[in-house]
Design a protein around this ligand. Structure first.
Ligand SMILES: [Zn+2]
Ligand SMILES: [Zn+2]
Length: 103
């Protein structure tokens, strides 16, 4: 596990790994970042390896109706397939919104 470290806080020991199908999902116990252990990140659409890492918020409903960021996931954006998303991400300097909001 020594070769893995958290992209957000740099933690390299307090990490939890969980096998999900073909990949191993790592959760940082220090800051809550979630990412897939591998491998060369590639675009799932075009197969390009010229992808950029991006943090995506994982939100959950806390007590009441307020949505709060529970943790973050590391994902990759393809400049070819997701140029607008990537541009927005780089411009906003804040985590990507989640794919789905819990209602
Ligand atoms: Zn971390
Ligand atoms: Zn692509």
């Amino acid at each position: 596990m020594a070769l893995i470290s958290c992209a957000n806080c740099g933690e390299d020991e307090n990490l939890d790994g969980e096998r999900v199908g073909e990949t191993i999902t790592i959760t940082c116990a220090e800051c809550g970042l979630v990412w897939d252990r591998d491998l060369t990140p590639t675009c799932t659409t075009c197969g390009s390896t010229e992808v950029r890492p991006a943090f995506q918020a994982i939100v959950d409903k806390s007590r009441g109706t307020q949505l709060s960021i529970q943790s973050m996931r590391l994902r990759y954006l393809c400049p070819e397939c997701e140029p607008e998303l990537l541009a927005d991400y780089l411009a906003s300097k804040s985590p990507l919104p989640p794919d789905e909001l819990p209602y």
